[in-house]
Design a binder for this molecule. Structure first.
Ligand code: CO
Length: 145
C-alpha cells in the first residue's frame, strides 16, 4: 500500500460556533462548510481549509462537536474541556487494499468501513496500535485533487 497525503486533522471542540469564530477570526482560515450533523456517528462536523499559497489544495481541519449525550466525542471533551487534537486522516487510493494492509499487520480496525464526512469510504485504526494517534484512512477519488 502507498499512503497519500494528510487529508485532515480532526479537532474535538466543545462549541462549534466558538471554534468556527476562532479559525476564521484568529487564524484567518476559511471555514468551507457550515456545520452538519452526522447522527449515526454522534457528531456535528464542519471543515476549515488551509489552502496552499500557490492555490494548491491544502490540509483541512475537521471540527467535531459532540451530538447527543452518548456521543463518542463527549468523553473526549470531558477529559479535554478546551477541546484538542482527536485524529489524523490520511488518503489512500483503494480503501479495501488499505484495510487488508493494516489487518495484515495485526492493527486493530474500529468497526466496519463506512461513509465518512466527505462522502467517501473511511475506517479508523486503534490509537494504541498507531503511535498513540487515532488514525482515519480515507479513500479519495482522484478528481478531488
Ligand atoms: Co475525520
Amino acid at each position: 500500500m502507498k499512503l497519500g497525503r494528510l487529508n485532515h486533522v480532526g479537532v474535538a471542540v466543545p462549541s462549534m460556533q466558538d471554534a468556527m469564530a476562532y479559525y476564521r477570526d484568529v487564524l484567518g482560515a476559511e471555514v468551507i462548510t457550515q456545520p452538519f450533523d452526522m447522527p449515526e456517528q454522534g457528531v456535528k462536523v464542519a471543515f476549515v481549509n488551509t489552502p496552499g499559497q500557490d492555490g494548491t489544495a491544502g490540509t483541512q481541519i475537521e471540527l467535531i462537536e459532540p451530538l447527543g449525550a452518548d456521543s463518542p466525542i463527549a468523553s473526549f471533551i470531558a477529559k479535554n474541556p478546551a477541546g484538542g487534537q482527536h485524529h489524523l486522516c490520511y488518503e489512500v487510493a483503494d480503501i479495501e487494499a488499505a484495510r487488508a494492509w493494516f489487518e495484515g499487520q495485526g492493527k486493530r480496525i474500529l468497526g466496519p468501513t463506512r461513509i465518512g464526512a466527505h462522502g467517501t469510504p473511511i475506517f479508523f485504526l486503534h490509537p494504541k496500535d498507531m503511535l498513540g494517534q487515532l488514525t482515519e484512512i480515507m479513500e479519495t477519488p482522484r478528481e478531488q485533487h
